[in-house]
Design a protein around this ligand. Structure first.
Ligand code: F0G
Length: 459
């Protein structure tokens, strides 16, 4: 029997209060934050959809595991627990702890990258690209064409374009390609999955040209859910088996455990090549910590070991993916223009379409982010021209390709009624959308302006 209501497959043992605010208070808070929700304090936020990274609620088992965290500098038992869980998942021989994803990126990609080297991915996440470019190398994204059209349905919109991959290798020369990185799920566009067929095709090409193949696997359990339910031949495999198969295709992986390991901090780097592993281990020890803790406390490693098992539980994944889809489907019914289909960890809204009367130079995405906060105390993030816009020589805005707003959903944190509340807030936003005004930037730093820019409403 199937029921419509998605029940959270957990009970609440510890609660964290939400500070319920009024419209008048939020107007004051937002003005004080210069209309930039990054500048709000979390106590001024009712529903925080800024990111799904490091915001998970840990289970009672993880919290009790933390009490037995072994804080030994070398050879900690908690590291053995974490290492065994990672070995069971990846099957990779060389395993290292790191304090978060970008630490692993810096170690591996700064070692492989230098001027003239090329990295290819379905889409490099921002920090991945930044670490690659910092080494002097170039990062090229080649998602499939279908992945670039917001409303177009494709079951594996996160796939890499394998035809382009081979063409690029031939054009640039295999010896100049540092590696291919498959990001699962593909964060850009809302956690769109990658199929096993696609992952296997990449393996064939990388093997043919002797190129390293790595997985950016921070949402690999969510990706496994989509494979089981959308790809023929995987119906009877467990989520863990699907993830294991994906790792078995690759030469290594980097995981930000802040996502699918259900913890607030941590990560790992795995490799199969002993020379590469030795080089990375040395860099790890110089910059992160000894190779049995890599910048993590023993208790954190204990929690990761447990989280990596819990995330593959069918009831958890079913709730996780269905509740993200539920939010997206209900918003779609209200006429909110979205990236489609809904991915694993977030819902992306096309603000340029929603507020088509606001010119891009007045930042429709920022207008939606501000409306969500004012109306419902919901914090989201603009992924549009505030984040990626540039100026030409005449000081005119060169807008981003899209004006999106991301609602990233923390794991095991919000209940169905919180989600119902968010939907109700959108109902109000849709009623009043014609009267919403744009924003103007009045102060901005040179880099990463979205974090600290100051704005005012256009009157
Ligand atoms: N790779 C992907 C696909 C990510 O989404 C992230 C982080 C990282 C690597 C870097 O990991 O933060 O542990 O250093 N994504 C977060 C987000 C920040 O909000 O999407 P990190």
């Amino acid at each position: 029997m199937e029921f419509k209501t998605i029940i959270e497959p957990f009970k609440i043992k510890v609660v964290e209060s939400i500070n319920v605010t009024t419209l008048k208070e939020r107007q004051k808070f937002l003005q004080e934050a210069a209309y930039n929700p990054f500048q709000l304090s979390s106590s001024q936020v009712m529903i925080d959809f800024l990111t799904d990274s490091g915001t998970s609620a840990m289970s009672d088992k993880q919290w009790s595991g933390m009490m037995s965290g072994d804080e030994s500098y070398a050879g900690s038992n908690s590291w053995m627990q974490m290492k065994n869980a990672i070995y069971n998942l990846t099957g990779h021989e060389f395993i290292y702890p790191i304090h978060q994803g970008r630490a692993g990126e810096r170690i591996l990609y700064s070692y492989l990258g230098k001027k003239g080297k090329i990295f290819i991915s379905n889409t490099h996440f921002d920090t991945t690209r930044a670490n690659i470019e910092f080494s002097g190398a170039e990062a090229i994204d080649i998602p499939i064409e279908e992945g670039k059209i917001p409303e177009f349905y494709h079951p594996f919109k996160g796939n890499i374009d394998v035809k382009k991959l081979e063409e690029l290798i031939l054009e640039k020369g295999a010896s100049n390609i540092a590696c291919v990185i498959l990001t699962v799920t593909n964060n850009s566009g809302g956690g769109q999955p990658v199929s096993m067929e696609n992952a296997k095709a990449v393996k064939t090409i990388c093997k043919k040209y002797k190129i390293f193949y790595f997985l950016d696997c921070c949402r690999v359990a969510e990706n496994a859910y989509f494979i089981k339910h959308r790809e023929a031949g995987y119906e009877n495999k467990t989520y863990l088996e699907i993830a294991q198969e994906m790792f078995s295709l690759t030469d290594g992986s980097i995981m930000s455990a802040k996502k699918d390991a259900l913890v607030n901090m941590g990560g790992f780097l795995t490799l199969t090549n002993s020379d590469l592993a030795e080089a990375c281990k040395n860099l790890l020890i110089i910059t992160e910590g000894f190779s049995t803790y890599g910048g993590l406390s023993g208790r954190d490693m204990e929690a990761i070991a447990i989280g990596l098992k819990e995330v593959f539980e069918p009831d958890y994944l079913n709730y996780r993916i269905k509740s993200s889809a539920f939010l997206g489907e209900r918003l779609k019914k209200l006429g909110v223009p979205l990236m489609w289909p809904i991915g694993g960890h977030a819902v992306y809204i096309d603000a340029k379409k929603m507020y088509s009367h606001i010119p891009v130079s007045e930042y429709p995405g920022q207008a939606l982010v501000c409306e969500l906060y004012l109306t419902g105390g919901i914090r989201s993030v603009e992924i549009g021209s505030v984040m990626f816009g540039k100026y030409d020589e005449g000081g005119n805005l060169i807008p981003a390709a899209m004006e999106l707003v991301r609602l990233a959903i923390p794991r095991r944190v919000y209940t169905q009624s919180h989600i119902e509340y968010v939907i109700e807030v959108f109902e109000k936003l849709m009623e009043n959308k014609g009267s919403v005004k744009g924003y103007k930037i009045i102060e901005e730093p040179q880099f990463l302006r979205h974090f600290t820019a100051k704005l005012i409403p256009v009157v």
